[in-house]
Ligand binder design. Structure first.
Ligand SMILES: [Zn+2]
Length: 394
């Protein structure tokens, strides 16, 4: 029995299906939309560049052509005192753009990318390498790193919309003048053309342009692997209180492989990690969960040391310091074992927004991507960002 409402979603999908926009047109719209700039290498001394086909080298600032080449065998790119060296060619600029033509493939350290490549030399004589690409192709390079391409299509489509929305949110909040997102876990992991799979590409094409909004603003569409019973209220982690991110009961991820976990650690190792981050703990003798929030996740932990000092550490900070993939979630019990401790936990990830394994089991039960998204982001609407971009302030 489906227990949640679809009312908010129906009119929008009548509109979208009624407008009969083809996938080709949608990809053309994407190309005219603001591109995503992804930092794929930061602060490197050199990297390997290869272009299998014609390309131009442009002045990053003025866009004037500095060179027109037929192809480039794999060559080292290095910063020089007064410019950037690509193989035997030297460009007297600190910022250049590689613009492939006729869909020539570009390879950075043997990984294939679509779109353009910006190479920027910083004041420390290191290079920043940025892939500039349209939003749809960016999401194609993200999805395989987030979920399996073998999952049911509706779950992949839900993930595509969440990832596209999160990308737009990141673009609106970018702090760097040269890139919007990183290609690692600090944004969404992105592997370029090399990471694209047939079924994840289909999911991107069938949801092209669709994003989640709340009150006409792009939603920070957080997602995570497994919530293990209740998604987290965003206010517990970040300075945000949006109604679609306040947490829901999720009974769909019970069979997730990440539903429960156990981690055994030496107390000495925990002491060392905390002290590396500025604490001054003596030998830890006891740890105790003090408080949990309504989603069941730990808000505070009390740590006792051999000098009988007691320190309160927030659950979020404790997990960040010990390691978010060591302590996989903030929902666990502490079982003291002498010089060791067992953490017996449930779920994987921060728990906010879409529960990926919940989405997987929902799709296997026949739920569609819009139903999955309305369940995990209640009150959010799905809109077409290419149609609505003026209103969404993009
Ligand atoms: Zn869940």
């Amino acid at each position: 029995m489906k227990t949640f409402t679809k009312i908010l979603f129906i009119p929008i999908f009548v509109f979208l299906s009624g407008c009969g926009v083809s996938h080709q047109l949608r990809s053309q719209q994407a190309q005219h939309f603001q591109p995503v700039r992804i930092a794929i290498l930061r602060g490197v001394g050199e990297f390997t560049l290869q272009v299998k086909g014609p390309y131009q080298v442009l002045n990053f600032d003025s866009k004037e052509t500095l060179g027109q080449e037929k192809f480039l065998k794999a060559k080292k790119v290095v910063p020089t005192k007064d410019g950037i060296q690509i193989g035997e060619k030297h460009y007297l600029k600190d910022k250049i753009k590689i613009s492939p033509q006729k869909e020539a493939s570009v390879y950075i350290n043997n990984r294939r990318f679509r779109g353009e490549i910006d190479i920027i030399k910083n004041v420390n004589n290191h290079l920043l390498v940025v892939n500039v690409i349209d939003l749809e192709n960016y999401i194609k390079g993200v999805l395989y790193h987030e979920i399996s391409d073998r999952w049911p299509l509706e779950a992949i489509k839900a993930q595509a919309i969440a990832a596209r929305t999160y990308a737009l949110y990141s673009m609106q909040n970018s702090k760097s003048p040269f890139y919007d997102v990183r290609s690692d876990i600090y944004s969404q992991v992105y592997g370029g053309r090399t990471s694209e799979k047939y079924r994840t590409n289909i999911a991107v094409e069938r949801t092209a342009g669709l994003v989640l909004v709340y009150r006409d603003k792009i939603l920070p569409a957080f997602y995570h692997a497994t919530c293990a019973g209740h998604t987290e209220n965003v206010a517990a982690l970040w300075d945000n209180n949006l109604p679609p991110l306040r947490g829901v009961v999720c009974n769909f991820c019970k069979k997730s492989p990440h539903y429960s976990w156990k981690k055994n650690m030496r107390l000495k190792d925990i002491q060392d990690k905390l002290n590396e981050k500025g604490y001054a703990f003596g030998r830890i003798t006891h740890m105790q969960v003090l408080d949990r929030n309504p989603s069941g996740r730990i808000t505070t932990i009390k740590i006792t040391t051999d000098d009988d000092k007691q320190t309160i550490v927030s659950g979020k900070e404790f997990r960040d310091i010990v390691g978010p993939n060591v302590i996989r979630s903030n929902n666990y019990v502490i079982d003291m074992k002498g010089y060791y401790v067992d953490f017996l936990g449930r779920g994987w990830g921060h728990g906010v927004g879409l529960c990926q394994w919940g989405a997987y089991f929902m799709s296997r039960e026949g739920y569609s991507y819009d139903e999955i998204l309305s369940f995990y982001y209640p009150g959010a609407r799905i809109v077409d960002c290419y149609e609505k971009h003026k209103r969404l302030d993009l």
